[in-house]
Design a protein around this ligand. Sequence first.
Ligand SMILES: Cc1cc2nc3c(=O)[nH]c(=O)nc-3n(C[C@H](O)[C@H](O)[C@H](O)COP(=O)(O)OP(=O)(O)OC[C@H]3O[C@@H](n4cnc5c(N)ncnc54)[C@H](O)[C@@H]3O)c2cc1C
Length: 451
Amino acid sequence: MNDFAGPVFRPDDAAYDTERAGLNLAAEHRPALVVGAVGADDVVAAVRGAAATGRAVGVLATGHGPAVAAGDDGVLIATRRMDQVRVDPARRTAVVAAGARWRHVLAATTPYGLAPLNGSSPSVGAVGYTLGGGAGLLGRRYGYAADHVRRLEVVTAEGELRRVTADSDPELFWALRGGKDNFGVVAEMEMDLFPVGRLYGGGLYFPGEATADVLHAYAQWTRTVPEEMASSVLLLRYPDMDLPGQLAALRGHFVTHVRIAYSPDTPTRTADGERLIHPLRALGPRLLDTVRDMPYADVGTIHHEPVNASYVSYDRNLLLHHPDPAATDTLLTLAGPDAGAPFLAELRHFGGAYARPPETPNAVGGRDAAFSLFTGTGAATTDRAARDTLHRKLTPWATGGANLNFLGVEDATPAGVRTAYTDDAFTRLRRTKSTWDPNNTFRLNHNIPPA
Ligand SMILES: Cc1cc2nc3c(=O)[nH]c(=O)nc-3n(C[C@H](O)[C@H](O)[C@H](O)COP(=O)(O)OP(=O)(O)OC[C@H]3O[C@@H](n4cnc5c(N)ncnc54)[C@H](O)[C@@H]3O)c2cc1C
């Protein structure tokens, strides 16, 4: 396996530990070999070499979404060197290489007044995010990122580099968009861009004592807003210490952070946005209020998420119907300022275009959700148990589904993965997996077993 243009790393190599590490260390990769791919040929060589020796193949782009750690029977393809982005402003498309992060994509597209369907964090990998669905700040308006993929260059389990479109391989194209990394390694993705040059967005950071009012008002307010309004609420106690990138005004506070991203096609964006969020601002003083007219290039500041530090986070996710006052009280009791909750909880508004089937159907599930609840906590069993109590108590309002991108390592089980799809889609995904990866070479993931 020495046929690579990029570097390779074995456990005894000095740079092995750096190369196998990503953001979230909840699953730590320790593969037999890490291939630092610099192009599709390296991916082909890595998959062929692994398949020939019966090894599993995993992909590490940024480490934001680990599922199953690669062990010594695995080959890990590190794609971070493949971060190229090409924009075609006339066709309103971008071609994004395997390891490009959203910040690379934003830097390439926003000078043309064009926006990708990126998520909240500019550090997340564009391809992994999109294959898992991709719920972003323009999603209520345009749908999932996966709904707007035109073409994928995929290295299949046989080690063949294949150009996959709706016409060339309809079944594989359907499965890749939502089935994530179960069907191949995507070397390159072509996707649509949208003419959104500016946003009215930012954060309303309310203090803990306002949480009950804010949560109840927010649940009501989201029933009234147009599809151009994306929002979420994060409940989080900030540590009382200086952390890199932490806003000083939030230090040591329990914060109810309402995130706003309003994106209409209108020059009166600021005035409309101000009017729309007035009922939230009227709830009381904020520790910080960063909602403003901004270039789309600054979209990554809205959620104020961690940048580049490594951490351990056990993530879990539940899709919900619109929360009524009892659901909101449950969230308040178990994750509010008096709960002492050892986890963060984020409620994200879905609906709108997420709920509509895309022009070219795909495997993405959860389209019936009005909200997503995301939680993240540390490794301690007691912390995870406290988080699970919240999920359990919210089941009366749950759709029964989950969002694949927000599932963590504990849900990398057959039952956990199953929740991300409708019954029909899951059956069809398993059939497609039998065709394209019958030996389950791509199993270091939220796995869809071959039928
Ligand atoms: C701070 C933060 C913010 C987030 N915000 C959002 C959000 O707004 N919306 C949303 O939908 N999700 C969001 N996510 C979840 C994120 O989309 C998923 O975790 C996604 O899988 C991350 O992909 P990655 O490549 O960055 O991470 P990695 O951990 O490197 O990869 C995650 C998975 O993607 C697969 N993958 C990556 N690249 C490829 C490829 N080229 N071919 C095949 N498979 C590949 C890998 O095999 C792996 O299983 C967020 C996560 C974090 C930590």
